[in-house]
Write a protein that binds this ligand. Structure first.
Ligand SMILES: [Zn+2]
Length: 256
């Protein structure tokens, strides 16, 4: 078994290999258990797998050089982000529970279509999950069943407003509560600055943004490994890998 590590000859490199195997092994274990427990989609697990493998590839490509130690550090930092992955995993388990609760609400609603409690419960679950379109369906179904209900009508209006904000990405002014257009740099009513750096992170939090982040990470890793194999400048390789690290961490953080 020990004969497999052909490349490294120094004791330091061997020790490094051992450390890498230990710290890299755990995230793989997490990724596979998430996949087996069905708490991560195949795509998501695939992204984690490719990204981790990419960093290990980068590590192997910069083997024995000073850059190798930077790679080891990045890999270590990436590995300790696994609680975020577990967070994502728990959220998915929670979503399963929500689905069961919603199915129960649906069953109750079918049996007693005029009892508001079941609709309320379903709307609360959908709202918490940011699924405003579905919440609106419940509110409308209740109104269709009972005709008129002032409280539910107000709730419906509120949900429609939230859905609009969500789909348009319109910005709500934190000072005066005015709704501004998505690209607005300042509030049309009070003039407060609305273009904040957090907007960039918020923009990445969409499905498209996450896909772009994953693609960027994987591309950067591929470039980094290619540069390392071509024995390009250590600075260039370092910059590419650190960039890949930043996008990977942002991805995992937003997924959590
Ligand atoms: Zn304002």
């Amino acid at each position: 078994m020990s004969g497999e590590g052909v490349g490294p000859e120094t004791g330091g490199a061997f020790l490094m290999a051992l450390v890498v195997i230990v710290i890299a092994g755990y995230p793989y274990y997490i990724i596979f258990s998430m996949l087996l427990n069905n708490t991560a989609s195949a795509t998501e697990a695939g992204v984690y797998f490719i990204v981790y493998t990419g960093f290990i590839g980068g590590m192997l490509a910069t083997w024995g050089t000073a850059l190798g130690w930077l790679m080891l550090t990045l890999l270590l930092l990436l590995s300790i982000s696994y609680p975020w992955l577990l967070g994502a995993s728990e959220r998915r388990a929670m979503w399963k529970m929500d689905l069961e609760d919603l199915a129960e609400c649906d069953a109750f609603i079918r049996r007693a279509p005029t009892i508001v409690d079941n609709y309320d419960r379903a709307i609360t679950i959908c709202r918490r999950r940011g699924e405003y379109a579905r919440a609106i369906q419940y509110a409308e179904a209740y109104l269709a069943a009972v005709g008129e209900d002032f409280k539910m009508q107000r709730r419906l209006e509120q949900l429609k407003r939230m859905l609009r904000r969500q789909t348009l990405g319109s910005k709500i002014c934190p000072v005066c509560d005015t709704e501004n257009t998505p690209g607005a740099a300042e509030c049309i009513r009070c003039g407060r600055l609305l273009a904040l750096p957090t907007d960039v992170v918020a923009g990445c939090a969409s499905e498209t943004g996450l896909r772009a982040l994953a693609a960027t990470t994987i591309t950067l890793l591929a470039i980094g490994i290619a540069l390392a194999l071509l024995r390009s400048s250590a600075l260039a390789i370092g910059i590419v890998f650190v960039s890949a690290f930043v996008t990977a961490m942002t991805y995992v953080y937003l997924r959590r």
